[in-house]
Design a protein around this ligand. Structure first.
Ligand code: 3PG
Length: 210
């Protein structure tokens, strides 16, 4: 379970947080991101097309890691398992969803914003967390502070991160990947500008190596 989450976080330093507004966009949008070098995709249940998009993208792009985001209930967790999601991300934690995540074949990356939430997951054996909403929950200083008491925990911060700040987050020793919606700008998606999306992905990765 943990190994699988670690593999996902190690597969790409950038994780696009994707909301599919038109189902027909799901595969070309995700294909464009993969073409730009990003092979971990978080497709959220933020729109009515989330579940179907996960199914379609899993089929169409078997080389990518396709996960479900914005999962807030066990019912949704079951639905994304059935849709073929390879990992699950929640914006926050409940004890029941943390427990469910341990029994599921599909590993959970639980979202936390505080030490107390983290400790709920930690006690159950979780060591990888999403830090959300990263910028308003304390940003990089909060993550640095967490590295003291929770020295063996790794984070994927999301929420308010940009192409410009991604690298600074990734420079922290307890951050392995960062996520965000900046990788799928709404105007490019609306225009079905898939080469434009590929370029955003490519240039966002390139900034990291500079
Ligand atoms: C998430 O769920 O991870 C966030 O909504 C993404 O945040 P962003 O839109 O600020 O990148």
């Amino acid at each position: 379970h943990r190994e699988q989450v670690k593999a996902v976080l190690a597969a790409s330093p950038l994780v696009p947080v994707i909301a599919i507004r038109k189902l027909e966009d799901a595969v070309p949008l995700c294909r464009a991101l993969v073409d730009g070098g990003i092979n971990v995709l978080e497709i959220t249940l933020r729109t009515e097309h989330g579940l179907e998009a996960i199914k379609q993208v899993r089929q169409a792009i078997p080389e990518a890691w396709v996960g479900a985001g914005t999962v807030t209930s066990i019912e949704q967790y079951r639905q994304v398992e059935a849709a073929g999601a390879q990992f699950v991300i929640t914006p926050g934690v409940t004890e029941s969803i943390l427990e469910f995540g341990l029994t599921s074949e599909v590993p959970l990356l639980p979202g936390v914003a505080s030490a107390s939430e983290l400790m709920l997951g930690y006690a159950l054996g979780y060591r990888e967390f999403k830090f959300f909403p990263a910028e308003v929950a304390g940003g990089r200083p909060a993550l640095k502070a967490f590295s003291g008491p929770f020295w063996d925990v790794t984070f994927c911060p999301t929420g308010g991160i940009t192409r410009e700040t991604a690298r600074d987050y990734l420079a922290l020793s307890n951050v392995q990947a960062v996520g965000g919606s900046w990788l799928t700008p709404a105007e490019l998606v609306a225009a079905k500008d898939w080469p434009g999306i590929t370029e955003v992905a490519r240039s966002s990765l390139e900034v990291l190596t500079r």
